[in-house]
Structures are given as C-alpha cells and as structure tokens.
Design a protein around this ligand. Structure first.
Ligand SMILES: Cc1cc2nc3c(=O)[nH]c(=O)nc-3n(C[C@H](O)[C@H](O)[C@H](O)COP(=O)(O)OP(=O)(O)OC[C@H]3O[C@@H](n4cnc5c(N)ncnc54)[C@H](O)[C@@H]3O)c2cc1C
Length: 812
C-alpha cells in the first residue's frame, strides 16, 4: 500500500467504488480505496439489486436516472458485466389515495423527462399476470426499472477506477484517523499508515464507527431487511421476464429471480441492527430469518399474487443496511472538519450509488456538487439527531417506506423532543403542531382540543376554515405567531461588517437598520437568504432558515478570516414572537417606551427595546405582507413576553396564527423561502432577488457570475400564478405546462385567503416569463388554467406592510 495519496476512500461497497471511479473520471488519479475485507463485504453483497428512477425528491430522482444510465459506461470501460435486466416496473395502487399519489409522482416525472404512465388495472394485469385485479384500483408503469448484479456493479466501478489510475487495497482495516494542522489526514490502518489530503467515509454499515474516529455521530442506523426467493413457478415457464412490481398496501416489492419470484418487504415492525456499535467481525454474513415478522406482508402478498402462495420458499435473506432519518443519503463535507467527506446512509445503492459518486467527486474536485443535492447534504442535520432520535426516526421511516405521506401529515416518532417555553400555552390554545428540526411549532389553531388534529388529505382539509380565520385576523386586526424556528447567528468583531459585505450580496445595513440579502456561491447561485440586522458597528444579528444552520455554518467557517470576526449560531438562545396586522403598531406601542411611528421606527428598522420588563430586539419586518414586528428575546423571557402581548392584544382583537397561515400569506406576497424558491440551482435574478444584489458595492462572493446573469438574463424565472377552477391547491413539484408542453415546476402553492383564490409560485424558462396566457398547472392529475401575475397577488405596492399610519387600514 502506498504511504501517500490525494484521497483515501474508506470502504469498498457499491458507494465507495462509485466515488473512486468518479474521482478518476474527474481527473484525480492519485486515489486509494481501502477495504477491510473483500469488495462488497457490507450491505452490498446480499442486496436484491433492484433499481428505479422514482423518488419523492425530484433532485434525488435525477441522480437515480443518472445511475441507471451509467451502467453501460462502466461495463464498456471495465469489460465487467453489471448483470443489468431492464424489465420495466409497475407501482400498484390499492386505494384511491394511492392513485392520487401515483398521479402526482407521474406529474413530477414529466419535467424530469421520465416516461411514467398511468395505466388501468386491466392493463397492469396484462403486463403482470401474477396479480389478482380485485385488490387494485390503478397502476403506474415505468419503463426504466429493473435489477442488476450487486457484485458485478461494484466490480465494474472498481475495475473502471483502476483503469483510470486508482489503487484498491483489500483486507486492510482503517483503525483511526488523525487530522494534521494543515487539514490533511493520517489514515491509520492495520497494515501501515497513509497520509492523505482528503478522506471519504464510504464505510456503509460501519460509517457511524468511522465517523466516531473523527468525533462525529452520523445520524444513521442499520435496519434488518428480509426478502425471500420462491421455488420455480410453472406460471413463469416460457414467459418473458416478469416486471418489477411494488404493492404499496402489502408494503412489498417483487420481481423475477431465475425460475421463481423474489419478494421483499418493509414491514411495520422493523428491527434495527446493531443500534449502538456495528461489530467489526461481521462480514459476508446473514442474519437469522424471522418469517413471523414479515407474516402480515406475506399474507397480503399471497392474496394479491395468489401463485406465490403455491410456489414455496427456496431461500430467505435477512441482511442489514443503513438509513438516515429521512431515508436519503448523507453526502458532502462535514462542518468543522477540513477535507473530511461522507458518502453514506445510501439505502438504494443500485439506484443512487452512481449519482452519489458523481456529486461527491464533483464537490471534491470543483468545490461544487454540480447538482442540487440539498436533500442529501449531510449538513441538513444538526445536534438534535442524537443516537436515540435517529433510532426512532429511522424505524418510523422504514415502517413507512411504502406509506403515503400526505402534504399535511406530520410524522410522530421522536416527538415532542424540543419545545420552547410557550409550548404548553400554545397547546392550551389547541395548537396543531409540526416538527421542524425536532422542534415543535404551531401550524394552526383548532377551536377545541378534540378537533386539534389534521385529517390527512391531498385536498383542502379540516384546517382550511381555521387557517382562513387566522389570515383574516392578520389582515383586519392583529395576529401573533411564534417564530422561534428560524436560524439565528450573531456576527461580531472589528472585521464583521467587511466580512459580511464580502459574503452577502446586498449592502451591509447601517446601525439600527435591516437589509434583506441573498448569499451566493462562487457560481453566483443562491446558497442562502438572510435578514441582516445591525445592532452596533461591530455587532450583527442574522436570521435565516433553521434547517440550514449547519449548512450555513459550514460555509461561514470556510470564509472566515483568522482574526477580526466571529460567527455564533444562536437559534435556541434567541426565540421569537411576531405580531402582524394593522393593529400591531398600536398594540406594541402600549408596551414600549420607544416611539414606533414610521418616522421614528420605519420599515426595516431594528433596535434593542424593553417590552414591559422584557429586554429584546425588535425588527420592523413582515413576511405576512401586513404591518408587522418581530421580537427576539433570550429564551428565559419568552413566556413573559407572550403573556404581555396576549394581555395587551385583547383590546386589539389579537389572534394566534400558525405556519400554515404564514405560508398562505407569503405566497400571496410572492415571498420565496429557502429550499423551495431559493436553492443552489437558481441565480438571484432568476429567483426575483435581483434588487437585493448590490453591484455598486465592494467585491463579494458570486459577483462575477451574478453580473453575467444580469447581462444575459438567466435561464429561468420565478413566476406567481393564480390557479383557476381548482378545489385543491398546489403543494410543490407539480409540472407547469405552456401550450401543451411541460415547461417548468411549481415550488410552492397555497390558497390565498386574503385574495380568495388558489396560488402557485414556480420556475419557467425566461423566454416564457412575459407570456400572459397558455399556462396550466397539473394538480393531482388535472390540468388547471393558471394566470401569470405580473405583481404580487396581495397588496402589490407594499403599502400595508410599509404602513405609515397608526389607524386601521380599510380591508379589501
Ligand atoms: C437484504 C437487502 C436487500 C437490498 N436490496 C436492495 C435493492 O434491491 N436495491 C438497492 O439499491 N439497494 C438494496 N439494498 C441496499 C444496498 O445494499 C445498499 O444501498 C448498499 O449496499 C450500500 O452500499 P455502501 O457501499 O454504502 O455500504 P456497504 O455495502 O456496507 O459497504 C461498506 C464497505 O466498507 C468497508 N469498511 C467499513 N469500515 C471499514 C474500515 N474501517 N476500513 C476499511 N473498510 C471498511 C466494509 O467492509 C464494506 O465493504 C439492500 C440491502 C439489503 C441488506
């Protein structure tokens, strides 16, 4: 084994081998893969090898498409067969809700260029005669589905990488990792050490243990997974290979394996494997079978596919593989560690392995993953993903692998975990809570405890009239919203202003003022949007998306100079309440000594104030489109502040409102939000944030690319649409049609209660940005006319939000 390498990849499963291949493909030749046993000695060797393109996250779906297309390439380079069988696949729906879900998946596939087709039960049975039609209501056909040989695929990646210059060392275990001061690594193995510039943790079943070598606890857990192979079946003799089929109601998948069928289940009572420590002596081993555990699924399988009941069982496989809490991979550089990368938690290595390898290698070589991989970024998790939390969430995710998640469905496992001081008070007011980064936050308020739950649906549900009342209260009088679930950062030091001016695209505000600002990467793409508040010359308070806290901190740490400025995440040290609506000024004025008139405290002001006895920061901003204030206090004061505002609010018809009302109101205002309208695939001009980029100031990150975008206009435009004649609202990821062709996708949708119609935000090509007609948005299989709006649906002039008068404005 060599003693020096540019990169050491730890782990020779399908993921490590793919990363190695893609590094060589990207031009890095001095790369070494270290495998503790033979290649495929983790989850890979006993996988069922199934692959498909459909995924709930369109960006992950794209990487799955790429993976499947890649097999021809590595077969050609390596001469090694991947054993690819493209059979096509069926997703079988047993309920009306599942048919709706499939229609939505099909629609999402349209703008990804997928050829998914909704077919009748009769057509499905013609394609897959083993099914009993009586149990199904519809199906979706995907021509690009099939299976591969897991060993062949891994070898093909490995051989292609070796042809490209990589070295692979087997039977060598990485025992420890030691960081050097310059950010390089000493990789300590049982056969000597290697000094490497970069280390990639692709250790699959042992990725958690390799993480511990560098002091991190990766949120992954292995689950036992069983599939069985039946005896030979006369029904298959002389026939074309059977399709892959997923039967959601049975929580199972099936495909042909030689003369029989392979049947796998994601049973409800899934069992974690090695929940704390993966044994190092586990190799190409299997776990004991537990047929009883999967008996409920088998019963359904034998009813839905009667021939299987007669076929007998030839072999059962029970093997472990790893999951992150949301089932998506963990990918990318780890915050706080230089040149340490992860590619783990990959639960569908044969659909995702290629895309994961491509994204990680691009990130390492060019500094950018080259695709929107937010849904897979290791930085989407933070400190709340403790071992036990991960355990609860992974078990839940496993048990729901084939369950529908409705847009208004909040998952239950691991809750309540994090609460703010006013949690019980909000509960007493019948709040229906959601969970965001493990933190409970109010979605809407029900009239009674008994009605404080969502009826899950793809359509408008039982919250509709209550959310409407909340929006109307904000429009007509005043509303109170808890806003603790934002990310907050304190930036301090003599260099703070200069640094922010370089990292953020907008101008740094004067003391006492707020600037809204995008944050761009070197390619001029959006990697954040912040409310930047200046407390003092050398002291700033940034407000952004909480889920991206680690993601932002990873970027900030990379940009920080050695001295002169410090950044501290303080999301839970400062919690907040926001009041909004025409009465909000009068209400707050009763509690503070400061003059809140628009002359003394205009829109976009920020100042320390005492609200009654409570010290806090007050910002005059608005995400609702009404006159509004955000009040930030240290956590110990939140309860007193809440009581104070609620008491004083009685006179002003103050009403609590939640996240669903806020979403409706921000869509009415065409205000975008991170992970929906703002993602690293869009430029600021495309996203409608051009006015927040200050080209007149000093050099800032992304300036050259943003200038180019301004000159050429960018490829896409974010538009707002009024969706006509619909009784369901868009939720995001629906296709946008123009004159019969799919041209874009929806990022957010909502019913606008103040404007009384359905709304959607979404991206279309710039060339269509000024088209005034011909648009349709597909919602649950139906295309609805959509009228593009040239300005925000609600109060387009911003007069209400900038309100200068004390008195209540007339309502529309
Ligand atoms: C029963 C079953 C059925 C499955 N069916 C499918 C399917 O149909 N389709 C699909 O896409 N996926 C399927 N999977 C999942 C699939 O197996 C995984 O997605 C994939 O194997 C993950 O690969 P990996 O490279 O991340 O991890 P692993 O395969 O676990 O590889 C990690 C490698 O790292 C090595 N290693 C670990 N620590 C060290 C160290 N310290 N030093 C050196 N080497 C180390 C290990 O020996 C191992 O070879 C299935 C899994 C199981 C268990």
């Amino acid at each position: 084994m060599k003693s020096q390498a540019k990169v050491v990849v730890i782990g020779g499963g399908v993921v490590g081998a793919s990363v190695l291949y893609h590094l060589t493909k990207g031009g890095w030749k001095d790369v070494l893969l270290i495998e503790r046993a033979e290649l495929t000695s983790g989850s890979t060797w006993h996988a069922a090898g199934g692959m498909h393109t459909v995924n709930g996250d369109p960006n992950v779906a794209k990487l799955q498409q790429y993976t499947i297309e890649l097999y021809k390439e590595i077969e050609r380079i390596s001469g090694q067969s991947c054993g690819v069988h493209i059979t096509g696949g069926l997703m079988l729906a047993g309920t009306r809700e599942r048919v709706d879900w499939l229609k939505m998946a099909q629609a999402r596939g349209r703008y990804l260029g997928m050829q998914l087709e909704m077919i009748s039960v009769d057509e499905a049975a013609r394609l897959f005669p083993l099914m009993d039609k009586a149990h199904f209501k519809g199906a979706m056909y995907d021509p690009i589905e099939g299976h591969v040989d897991p060993y062949g695929v891994t070898q093909a990646y490995a051989k292609s990488a070796q042809i490209g210059g990589a070295e692979i060392v087997r039977h060598t275990r990485v025992m420890d990792l030691k960081a050097r001061a310059d950010g390089s690594w000493d990789v300590i193995t049982d056969h000597g050490n290697v000094h490497a510039e970069h280390v990639v943790n692709a250790a699959g079943l042992w990725a958690r243990e390799v993480g511990r070598m560098v002091g991190i606890e990766l949120p992954i857990l292995a689950m036992e997974h069983q599939y069985l192979i039946t005896g030979d079946m006369p029904e298959l003799v002389g026939k074309k290979e059977q399709l892959h089929a997923i039967d959601f109601e049975g929580e199972l998948y099936t495909r042909q394996e030689r003369g029989g069928m392979l049947l796998g289940t994601y049973e409800k009572a899934g069992v974690p494997w090695s929940p704390v420590q993966t044994p190092w002596d586990f190799g190409q081993d299997l776990l004991p079978n537990d047929l009883e555990r999967i008996a409920p699924s088998l019963e359904v399988a034998f009813q839905h596919f009667p021939a299987l009941a007669e076929a007998g069982i030839r072999r059962i496989v029970n093997g472990p593989f790893t999951f992150a809490p949301d089932g998506n991979p963990l990918l990318g550089p780890v915050k706080g560690l230089k040149n340490f990368w992860v590619a783990c938690g990959v639960m569908a290595g044969f659909s995702q392995g290629g895309g994961v390898g491509l994204a990680l290698s691009s990130w390492m070589i060019t500094g950018d993953p080259g695709a929107d991989i937010w849904g897979m970024d290791v930085a989407r998790y933070g400190d709340w993903t403790t071992l036990a939390y991960t355990n609860a969430k992974v078990r839940e995710n496993y048990s729901r692998r084939f369950s529908i998640r409705f847009p208004n469905e909040e998952l239950k496992a691991g809750r309540p975990l994090r609460t703010t001081p006013i949690y019980e008070q909000l509960k007493d007011k019948h709040a229906v809570f959601g969970d965001y980064c493990g933190l409970e936050h109010a979605l809407w308020f029900a009239p009674s405890a008994a009605s404080a739950q969502d009826e899950f649906s793809f359509h408008r549900s039982n919250d509709f009239s209550h959310v409407a009342a909340e929006c109307n209260a904000v429009k007509d009088s005043a509303g109170l919203l808890e806003i603790s679930n934002y990310g907050k950062f304190e930036v301090k030091g003599p260099e703070a202003a200069n640094w922010l001016s370089r990292v953020m695209a907008n101008r740094v505000p004067a003391v006492g003022r707020i600037a809204l600002t995008p944050m761009l990467n070197e390619r001029g793409k959006l990697i954040g949007d912040f409310t930047m508040c200046r407390i003092a010359d050398e002291h700033f308070f940034l407000i952004g998306t909480y889920a991206a806290e680690t993601y932002y901190m990873r970027w900030f740490e990379r940009q920080l100079p050695p001295v002169g400025v410090s950044v501290r995440p303080c999301a839970m040290q400062y919690v907040g309440l926001s009041i909004a609506g025409p009465n909000s000024r009068a209400l707050l004025q009763e509690l503070v000594r400061d003059d809140l008139s628009s002359t003394a405290f205009p829109f976009l002001s920020f100042r320390r104030m005492e609200i009654g006895m409570v010290p806090g920061y007050v910002g005059r901003v608005s995400f609702t489109g009404e006159l509004g204030y955000e009040i930030w206090v240290t956590t110990d004061y939140q309860r007193a502040l809440y009581d104070l505002l609620m008491d004083a609010g009685r006179k002003y018809s103050l009403r609590l409102f939640g996240g669903r009302a806020l979403n409706s109101m921000r869509v009415e205002k065409s205000f975008g939000t991170w992970t929906r309208e703002y993602r690293p695939i869009y430029g600021p001009l495309e996203a409608g944030l051009g006015r927040f980029v200050d080209f007149k100031k000093n050099e800032f990150i992304g300036r050259a690319a943003a200038t180019e975008e301004k000159q050429h206009g960018g490829a896409l435009r974010l538009l707002a649409f009024k969706v006509l004649d619909t009784d369901s609202d868009a939720i995001g990821d629906e296709p946008i049609w123009h004159e019969g062709k799919v041209v874009g996708w929806v990022t957010s949708g909502a019913f606008g209660h103040r404007v009384q119609h359905s709304l959607a935000l979404g991206y279309v090509p710039t060339a269509l940005a000024s088209a005034t007609s011909g648009f349709e948005i597909e919602i649950i299989g139906n295309r609805h006319h959509a009228q593009p709006l040239t300005q925000a649906a609600y109060d387009s002039s911003g007069a209400r939000m900038r309100s200068v008068t004390q008195t209540q404005l007339p309502t529309r």
